[in-house]
Design a protein around this ligand. Structure first.
Ligand code: SF4
Length: 345
């Protein structure tokens, strides 16, 4: 399986507050702290974790929309390997042709003063990729693929519903035919009735255009439906990475177990007792020593308080950062995730 992206020890630290004449930062928030993983060409990789775990920061740091503090992002394009973190800004703009993002809030990400036609055309104009009738044809082609009414392309974003605006955002992101798309909570601000339509659209487009996704979400049912593998993030670090069905049925990290126990059960006679995570989420500017989850983990012991667990491959393609990954017998989700159901029927 050919990698599309290799992320190596990526860090994104935000300085917070200023003090003294030189305005030195008072503290540093470690939004992403030493994350390494690989995304395979053509797969959908899910990224889950509670609010403030660093999911969106990681997605932005991979694309260099925000400048990472250190680490590497290697993009494989045929025989070429490009280190996204070391190229200059002109070359970075060229690389964005291969890597795009769709946002959680489709309204604030669209310029209200531009027509939908101009919004979709903008990436091609900025990159001098097409003009004239070729530009128009490409805009119409992508609008159609995204389920937009071509007659409405001369309207402005405010004239569209939330679901249609997200289709416009998807069309703009895909018009350059990128290889890789970061989907940052793409359906969480939409009505429930529209969410399935957008998910199906993203799946269809992935097949048509041979796309690779990093799918950021807090809704675990959505991730189960959309993703081949899932990475779980806690306080700026990955704690478990596994194929979707393994992660949902046989989690090996206590934090993943608690996330799985919170998936709503459709059968009221077969409900799993939610595993409540005790305590507040620690301050990412001052994370706990040892295992970062130790202040909230029900299986904690003294080793967890002082020694940092590395993210280690225990089984084939199953990575876990827990000292007791082999000993603990954890519970998985009760209900078959949709993605697994499909595979087995
Ligand atoms: Fe819990 Fe210890 Fe494993 Fe951390 S290392 S998840 S505290 S058992």
């Amino acid at each position: 399986m050919a990698p599309l992206l290799e992320i190596k020890d990526l860090k994104l630290y935000y300085p917070v507050g200023r003090s003294g004449l030189l305005g030195k930062p008072i503290t540093t928030v470690k939004a992403v702290d030493g994350v390494s993983f690989t995304i395979i060409r053509g797969e959908s990789m899910g990224l889950v974790g509670e609010s403030g775990s660093g999911k969106t920061s990681l997605g932005r740091a991979i694309l260099r929309v925000v400048e990472p503090t250190s680490g590497k992002v290697l993009l494989h394009l045929g025989k070429k390997i490009i280190d996204i973190t070391s190229i200059n800004h002109d070359n970075l703009r060229r690389m964005w042709k291969h890597m795009q993002m769709i946002f959680q809030d489709p309204y604030s990400s669209l310029n209200p003063r531009m027509t939908v036609r101009d919004i979709i055309a903008e990436p091609m104009v900025a990159n001098h990729i097409a003009k004239g009738s070729d530009l128009k044809d490409r805009v119409v082609d992508m609008a159609r693929r995204c389920g937009l009414d071509v007659e409405q392309l001369s309207r402005y974003p405010h004239a569209f519903s939330g679901g249609q605006r997200q289709r416009i955002g998807i069309a703009r992101a895909l018009v350059l035919h990128p290889d890789f798309l970061v989907c940052d909570e793409p359906i969480s601000s939409l009505d429930v009735s529209i969410q399935a339509q957008i998910m199906n659209l993203l799946k269809d487009l992935q097949q048509q255009l041979n796309l690779t996704y990093l799918f950021i979400a807090h809704n675990l049912s959505v991730v189960a439906y959309a993703c081949d593998r899932v990475a779980v993030m806690y306080l700026g670090q990955l704690v478990e990475v596994a194929p979707t069905e393994i992660l949902y049925y046989k989690p090996k990290h206590p934090y993943t177990e608690s996330l799985m126990s919170a998936i709503p059960a459709p059968d009221p006679d077969n409900v799993m007792e939610p595993i409540l995570i005790s305590g507040e989420r620690p301050n990412p500017a001052n994370p706990p020593s040892g295992c970062r989850f130790h202040t909230r983990c029900q299986y904690v012991d003294t080793k967890c308080e002082t020694q940092v667990p590395e993210l280690i491959e225990y089984d084939s393609d199953h990575f876990i950062a827990c000292h007791y990954a082999e000993e603990l017998q954890l519970k998985g989700a009760l209900e078959q995730p949709a993605a697994v159901k499909k595979e087995h029927t």
